[in-house]
Design a binder for this molecule. Structure first.
Ligand SMILES: Cc1cc2nc3c(=O)[nH]c(=O)nc-3n(C[C@H](O)[C@H](O)[C@H](O)COP(=O)(O)O)c2cc1C
Length: 212
């Protein structure tokens, strides 16, 4: 198990060229969506939205704002990850209603937890950097998606080579409480992608991991 995990992590790479003919099956895609939903977040607040852009016309519009990277149009599923730019009492109301409903607990029993979140994110120092905070959370979803895809032998390319403001415009996010952070193209590598055989460049364990 541990060996096959490392093999999968070595197998995965940031795909530069997808095979446009190969599509992820509906059942596999549904698993990856579930994996996205299961991503952990600070306090469990899930300050994100995942837009699955399958309309070829929209993907075409995104390409020039993606450094003309071909992955946008050639991949099977193109995921745009957006983070909340607002966190307010209304959002906390929704969050706590969900906890109370799903765990069958009285809302009053959660009052202390809610107060602590409010003191941190609504009025504390982090209230001034909510979009940044939500953005960090969103990268956890990106990592989770890439790893889960690799475990299923599905390829991906994380993409920061995009213009978030243009994405927001094209995807109609401007008037919402979400802003584009990063994208992830998911699908199957083309047999012509020479990057598949490139050796991984990773610093040594000694450099990166310190035992204290
Ligand atoms: C947040 C993030 C953004 C990235 N953006 C792009 C991108 O826009 N285009 C691209 O081809 N690769 C992109 N990459 C891929 C990295 O260059 C790649 O992951 C890194 O060089 C390590 O190589 P590997 O993933 O193939 O092992 C991105 C990676 C991350 C984690």
């Amino acid at each position: 198990m541990s060996q096959s995990l490392i093999e999968k992590l070595k197998w995965r790479y940031a795909v530069k060229k997808f095979d446009p003919q190969k599509k992820i099956s509906a059942s596999d895609w549904s698993v990856l969506e579930e994996a996205l939903v299961l991503t952990p977040s600070s306090y469990g607040l899930q300050p994100w939205k995942f837009l699955i852009v399958q309309d070829p016309t929209v993907r075409k519009l995104l390409t020039p704002h993606s450094w003309n990277q071909t992955q946008v149009e050639d991949c099977s599923h193109f995921v745009v990850m957006a983070a909340r730019n607002v966190l307010d009492e209304k959002y906390l109301d929704f969050f706590f209603q969900e906890i109370s409903r799903i765990r069958s607990v009285a809302p009053e029993s959660l009052a202390g937890y809610r107060k602590a979140i409010g003191a941190d994110l609504l009025t504390g120092p982090r209230s001034k950097i909510i979009q940044e905070w939500a953005t960090r959370q969103t990268y956890i979803a990106l990592g989770n998606l890439m790893t889960c895809a690799a475990l299923m032998n599905i390829d991906a390319c994380p993409m920061e080579g995009i213009v978030p403001l243009k994405y927001d415009e094209i995807l109609g996010l401007e008037k919402s409480e979400y802003r584009t952070v990063v994208a992830c193209a998911v699908g199957y590598r083309s047999s012509e992608d020479k990057y598949a055989s490139a050796k991984k460049v990773r610093f040594s364990k000694e450099k990166l991991i310190q035992l204290i």
